[in-house]
Design a protein. Sequence first.
Lengths: 154, 112
Amino acid sequence: MWITLLIAHGLAAFMLLGAVTHQALGVWLPARGKSAAFVNRVRAVPPTSYVNAVVVLFLATMILGGIIYTNYRVGARLTLERGRFWKTFGAFELKEHIVTIGLAVLPAYWYFWRAPLREEYARTRAMLTTVLAFIVWWGFVVGHLANNVRGLGT
Amino acid sequence: MRVAPSYAVFTVTFAAVFSVVYVLAVENNWALFSYAPATGTFAPLVAPAAAGPTMYWYGWIATAAIAAGAVAGLASLVPESVAKWIWPGWSWAVPVAVLIAFGYLLSGYFLR
């Protein structure tokens, strides 16, 4: 069951990473003009189209991670301590708190991306998206690092 | 769907208060409940597990969420003339400050 949950957590995180990265790129580096180039098409996405997906995927990823965390606490965490993997250990401790702060900003993120978009909130939207993108990237990379130390089913 | 203007005040206050209360909850261990993963049992407030490690993370989140929900609920009642002076940037500035604070608090792991 734990492996199934861990894979589901990873897949949800992967989709969330894609959605929030697309949105952040669309906010900070919007495409200028039309071009068929891959990078330009990535930047040309309408940022509003990702909002609900980001909210749902963030909650789903966090709930799955919260369930798996109990298993990590009695197993993998001890391996990190005994092996003195302090940087990975600390990065994962930080992940725990960073994703919780993501939960705090999620209602504001959702609200300020509601249509019709008000121009005076453009900077707030951009910053909330950037904060969420940082949180998601940190969680994704650190999750992989911890998994590499004590991997699936080991 | 139309969202009431008071929701803007609610979300900004929620983000700021949740972040501050959460870091205080972690530092002072203000967990609303504790969980023992080895035995699968919950206990109110801070209660060390009878066997294995004790998890306070869920309790810290609950503490921060309830406090932030209550404060943000009250804040959303302020008149619109007052609400328009609330800077929406608090919704990201305070969380970013708390993220930096956590980085500092846990920096010992990266300096060993």
